[in-house]
Design a protein around this ligand. Structure first.
Ligand code: DAH
Length: 360
């Protein structure tokens, strides 16, 4: 009997070793250990044996059964490992191959989005974070807290869209809602919710009732705000100059700070850039408004103006996009014309970086 068992084990071991894939191996398993398999049949024959014989033979079959099961398991994991290695070998990726554009080649990044990414990259390098606020803003944050009280002439200049919704439906303050006329309320939101030191830029859509070749009712601005205990006008000039050099990708840039007036800054300035930065020498281009944040604005946000000071700027995103990329008509920017977008848009792979270049 035990000779038979040895012979059976040798036969099964041979078959297991010869099984070239998991399918064949499973067939061997079923033929040996399945319900009608050779080993199972031997076990079911035990009932007909004499008790002594049954005992020793039963033990021997069970040993055989577990040895065969172990051999099967070992072979199974060897085959699985081999199958995985073979799969990995066929799926190896050559990371040095050029990118296949596929559908991505058809899509285009809008120049305003691209320019925002460029600006974010430059200011992130100087330690600024990105802040955001809603397009629908309270009159209080859009105007009053920025030191533009009701009846202030600046409110007329902004040609504001007021919302009909009674404000009480939305909140506690009695101030009506407007479509924000500038990104400056994000300064207020930031100062009300964060402790200085603050360094943020805030991009976004803004709205004014205005429409001609150089004005659209919706356009984009980017706001900057720095608040701490000692930052001053000199820091602002340096930051803005570094920004212009990086943005226009020039070694030197001519800048002019003209005295101006904004209710929320004192002193205030408007900044012009020498147009040689975009290849048009002899002209000046106005790019932004800026100034030292008015102490009243700091106090309106619950910060102590004797302790904290800072500066801010606001820039027209669409305007500097047109300047940098030679786009002639503002209205085309928002006409959703695919031909325009294919011409002026950017590939999704043109990610602007300071090291790799700004304009892709
Ligand atoms: N909010 C102003 C506008 O829309 C632009 C501006 C000017 C923003 C001076 C500022 C600033 O932060 O300091 O015309």
């Amino acid at each position: 009997m035990s000779n038979d068992l040895n012979a059976l084990e040798a036969k099964l071991t041979g078959e297991i070793a010869a099984a070239a894939d998991l399918g064949v191996l499973d067939a061997v398993r079923v033929a040996a250990l399945g319900k009608k398999g050779t080993i199972s049949e031997l076990l079911s024959g035990l009932g007909k044996m004499a008790p002594d014989e049954r005992k020793s033979f039963g033990a021997a079959i069970n040993t055989l059964k577990s040895r065969v099961a172990e051999t099967l398991d070992a072979r199974k994991s060897a085959l699985e490992t081999a199958a995985l290695s073979a799969k990995l070998a066929t799926e190896r990726a050559d990371v040095t191959l050029p990118v296949r554009l596929g559908g991505m080649a058809d899509g285009r990044i809008h120049p305003v989005s691209q320019v925002f990414d460029e600006i974010a990259e430059i200011f992130a390098d100087m330690g600024f974070r990105i802040a955001e606020g809603p397009d629908i803003e309270s009159d209080d944050l859009n105007f009053t807290k920025l030191n533009i009280p009701p009846e202030h002439p600046a409110r007329q200049m902004h040609d504001t869209f007021y919302l009909n919704t009674p404000n009480s439906a939305h909140g506690t303050s009695a101030s009506p809602f407007v479509l924000r006329t500038h990104t400056s309320p994000v300064q207020i939101r930031t100062m009300m919710s964060q402790k200085p030191p603050i360094r943020i830029i805030a991009p976004g859509r803004v709205y004014r009732m205005d429409s001609d070749a150089t004005h659209t009712p919706m356009f984009h601005q980017i706001e900057g705000l720095v608040i701490d205990e000692s930052t001053h006008f000199g820091h602002m000039k340096w930051c803005l100059e570094e920004f212009c050099k990086a943005f226009f990708e020039v070694e030197q840039v001519k800048m002019r700070f003209r005295a101006s007036h904004f209710p929320f800054t004192e002193p205030s300035a408007e900044v012009d850039v020498g147009a040689e930065a975009i290849g048009k020498p002899g002209q000046w281009l106005e790019i932004l408004g800026c100034g030292m944040v008015h102490p009243k604005v700091i106090a309106n946000c619950g910060l102590d103006p004797d302790k904290y000071q800072g500066w801010a700027f606001g820039m027209g995103l669409d305007r500097i996009t047109m300047l940098k990329y030679g786009i002639p008509d503002l209205r085309d920017m928002f006409s959703a014309d695919l031909r325009w977008l294919r011409h002026y848009g950017f590939s999704a792979f043109d990610v602007p970086t300071l090291a790799g270049g700004m304009s892709g």
